[in-house]
Structures are given as C-alpha cells and as structure tokens.
Design a binder for this molecule. Structure first.
Ligand SMILES: C[S@@+](CC[C@H](N)C(=O)[O-])C[C@H]1O[C@@H](n2cnc3c(N)ncnc32)[C@H](O)[C@@H]1O
Length: 391
C-alpha cells in the first residue's frame, strides 16, 4: 500500500475498535438458536482472547450443538492478546500485538473438573492440544487467502465487523454464499451498495437496534457526549444507531405489522415531486392505501416481504426510487425560517421527497409564491394486500 493510503487505513482501523458487550450478543443470539445446530460458526474480526463473540460461542458450544467454532483476529487490534497469559503464549507485549491468531474449537468440557465450564477450561483445552490455537501466517485480514479459506469452511459468520469496511465486508460474505448475523450502523440502510440487498430480500434487519455501548481502547479521546470512563478506568462509547443485520430466517420477518390507520388525504400529503404519499411514522402506515408510500428508514425493522414491496430509496438523490421525480427544483431559492435567502438554489432538493409548505424548523425553498420543503430519507413501499377503502 502506498504510504498515504496505508496511513489512512491505519487511522481508519484505529477508529474501528469498538468492542461488543456479552449481554448485547446474548440478547440477539437467542432468536437464532436453531440455526447453529451442527454448524461451523466463524467470528472473523474477533480476537479469541478478548472478543465476547468468541466467548459467547465457546461457552455455549454444547448448548447450541455447534460442530466447530473458529475465531481470527486482525494484527492491529490494540487490545489483541492482552489476556495471553491465560492461554500460555509467551513473548514481549510488542510481539503479541503484532501477531494474528486463529482459534479452532471442536470440543468444550469441564477440563478442570470444578463443576462448570469457563474460560479457564477453554485455556486448558488449548494447552492440551484438544483445541487449536495457532498463529496465522498473515495479518488476519478477513479478505486474506487464509481467512477466506476459513470462511469457505464455515456456515454462519457472527461478529461486529470494522465499521469502515462494512460494505466490503458484506459483499465478501455474500460472494462466498455465507449466512451471517452482524452488527452495523443503521445508516447502512441508505448506502447505495447495501440498500439494494435489503430491497431484493438478500439481507434484513435482526432484532436489536438503537443504543449500544462499547468498550473502546485507551487511545480514544474523551468526548462531550456518548463517552465515559468506568470505575476500572475502562473507556466506553455509545452509539445511538446500531442495528443487527442478517440473512438467516427469523420469526420477526414473517410477522405482519398491525395497521390501525386509514388513509385520509388531509393527513397524508402527496409529495410534490413523486407519485407517493408521505407517512412520517411507520406506525401510521394506512391499512387501505394501495399506492406508493414514503416511510422513514426505521420501517426496515418492521419489514415483512409478505406484507410490503419495497420500491426504492430516496436519499438526497434519486438513485434508487422506482418512480421518477416529476419536477426540477433548480430555480427554487433556499430560504431560512426568518425569510432571508441562503443564496443557494433548490438544486439540492432535486431528488428528495418534497412537500408543499414550510417545515416547522429548518430551511425551505421558494419559487415565486410557491413554498416547498424536503423530507428526510424515505423508503418507498407498497402494501401487497391493502384493505378495501371504506365508502
Ligand atoms: C467494531 S470492532 C469489533 C471487535 C469485535 N468483533 C467485537 O465485537 O468486540 C471491529 C474489529 O475488526 C478488526 N478489523 C479491522 N480491520 C479488519 C480487517 N481488515 N480484517 C479483519 N478484522 C479487522 C478491528 O481490529 C476490530 O477489532
């Protein structure tokens, strides 16, 4: 990699170090139990010594009926190997930080005979050679040949992958025809590479979503919000828009949303530039509207492909809407709430769903006496079985 590029990659990698809590993993995994029986699970962004994904699967190995568990980590992981003593690996701290490991588990039992299975048993089973703990040849990059060979050997991939490589990560899993359960940002819903996968029902949303707290490395700088240090000196960050993504069948995906509202033209305005109505809250989707509706991206948490078709996404540009814009906004003037012009034209709302009138806050757009404003990103959907309209 050229100097500048590799530096950028290193900076990005440092910002990717958010470690998932065991409780968040447990809460999500309970919905997927049947998918693990006799399967090979691969955690491919997971330091076996520290990752709670590895810990969850190794400690539940027998309960889930796993065939095999594999975990690999990336060399630059800054907390990598801080618990190496448990696993009896020697070397200087620097050596340890520069190594990538592979753990392969095929058997878990109470090796120490103390009546329960814990990480000490796991360590003993490595030492006795009953499970395998070896150094990788390369750096543990999920795209490296040795990690891809392990990917091909696995059935289900479960992890929180590096945020900065999310698109590439997902496409790697799909190219290798893998099932997965992974954590990502809710914003991924609107990525132009990722949204088509949701629309084509190749990927969907898991159960947990919203706020999640993660341990972060010592080098993370303090911030005003969503950052704290606990009594043990451990730094934490929280993120408010976390989502689980999967391509495993889950019950939620077959549950129909109960729609209690009926269409009323005074409550559901038409966009000025698309043949669709605005539904600003998913819970307000009318049960009897047969046409196209624009809904917030959080609709994806409730999406059941037997109930709705997804037609497109409009997110500042018209790249995925199944219906075209019907107006050109370049002559509109962007205007502040106090009536002064910003100096910008309306070109930037071209492609956004646009409603007539002023918003309660924020800028709006004016042409002669006409006033319009744009909405947030919207997913365009259609009810597959709308109820009959009451006469
Ligand atoms: C968001 S953190 C999550 C870590 C762990 N999976 C967890 O949930 O606690 C993403 C991890 O991916 C690792 N990583 C970054 N780039 C990677 C790559 N190219 N291949 C594999 N792992 C990578 C980072 O070192 C980091 O530990």
């Amino acid at each position: 990699m050229a100097g500048n590029k590799s530096l950028k990659a290193a900076v990005r990698a440092k910002e990717d170090e958010f470690y998932t809590q065991l409780t968040d993993i447990e809460k999500e995994m309970r919905y997927y139990k049947k998918h693990f029986k006799d399967k090979v699970v691969f955690c491919n962004c997971d330091d076996p010594f520290e990752s709670n994904f590895f810990k969850y699967f190794v400690l539940n190995f027998n309960r889930l009926g796993l065939k095999k568990l594999i975990a690999t980590c990336y060399v630059s992981s800054p907390i990598a190997n801080t618990q190496l003593s448990l696993f009896d690996i020697t070397g200087t701290e620097e050596d340890k930080q520069n190594k990538a490991y592979k753990a392969v588990i095929t058997k878990v039992y109470d090796k120490s005979g103390d009546g329960g299975i814990d990480m000490f048993d796991v360590a003993e089973l490595f030492k006795s050679g009953e499970n395998e703990l070896t150094e990788l040849d390369g750096d543990g990059d999920f795209r490296s040949a040795e990690c891809l060979a392990l990917l091909d050997e696995s059935d289900v991939v479960v992890t929180n992958p590096p945020f900065s490589l999310f698109r590439e990560y997902v496409s790697t899993l799909l190219e290798h025809n893998k099932h997965f359960i992974i954590i990502g940002s809710q914003n991924a819903i609107t990525y132009k590479e990722f949204f088509p996968l949701l629309m084509q029902n190749k990927v969907w949303l898991g159960y947990g979503n919203g706020d999640m707290s993660f341990k972060v490395p010592e080098y993370f700088e303090p911030r005003e919000t969503r950052f704290w240090v606990d009594d043990d000196g451990q730094k934490w960050r929280s993120l408010g828009n976390i989502a689980w993504f999967t391509n495993l069948d889950i019950r939620k995906r077959h549950e129909e949303m109960i729609l209690v509202k009926r269409y009323d033209s005074s409550k559901y305005p038409n966009y000025d530039n698309y043949e669709a109505i605005e539904v600003s809250k998913t819970a307000d989707i009318p049960c009897d509207f047969p046409g196209v509706m624009g809904v917030p991206i959080t609709f994806m948490y409730k999406y059941n492909p037997e109930q709705f078709d997804i037609i497109g996404l409009v997110n500042g540009k018209d790249y995925l809407a199944g219906i075209k814009t019907t107006r050109n906004y370049k002559d509109f003037q962007e205007t502040r709430q106090n009536g002064t012009k910003t100096g910008s034209g309306g070109g930037k709302i071209n492609g956004n769903p646009v409603l007539k009138g002023k918003p309660k806050s924020g800028n709006y757009f004016v042409l002669n006496d006409e006033v319009v404003h744009s909405t947030y990103a919207r997913i365009f959907i259609r009810n597959k079985h709308p109820e009959e309209v009451k006469k």
